[in-house]
Design a protein. Sequence first.
Length: 164
Amino acid sequence: MTKILLIGFMGSGKSTVGKELGKMLKVDFYDIDAEIEKQEKMSVAEIFAIEGEEYFRQRERDVLVSLSTKERAVVASGGGVVISARTDELKLYDVVIFLHATADDILKRTSGSDRPLLNVPNKEDEIDRLLEQRQHLYESAADIIIQTTSKSVKEVCKEILEFM
Ligand code: S3P
């Protein structure tokens, strides 16, 4: 398995786990949000504010597809990749791993961050609403589902490696 895609909700640990997994496998790690920010020379929050969400979603999909041409890579997606990309585009990766986190964990892990979609008066309700919309998309896109609650980054990576 040489091309690994990590999916999951905001705050599920995709970037942290991806970085560690890349190190363990000695494979380059890429973060789709970071790649977009580099290309656009703006933060994700600025892209949402200036260009709009639809523009961001198109960039997200483009970067997902272009990184899939790497021979070997661990790629962390943004939480909305399952709405911006088609199933066949997600399947360009050898293995798609869904990092599952509970709504409580997500709320804790995203506190103090400037994620545009969670910049709303009732963050808890918005997390529930988005989870409701997306949970089945993460599940159906995934080859492997990993529960992240109460696990360290190393434990999550170890579990992924055991599956593979
Ligand atoms: C988003 C998740 C974010 C980022 C953008 C939109 C989403 O990435 O792509 O703010 O729609 O869930 P993270 O999942 O890395 O926070």
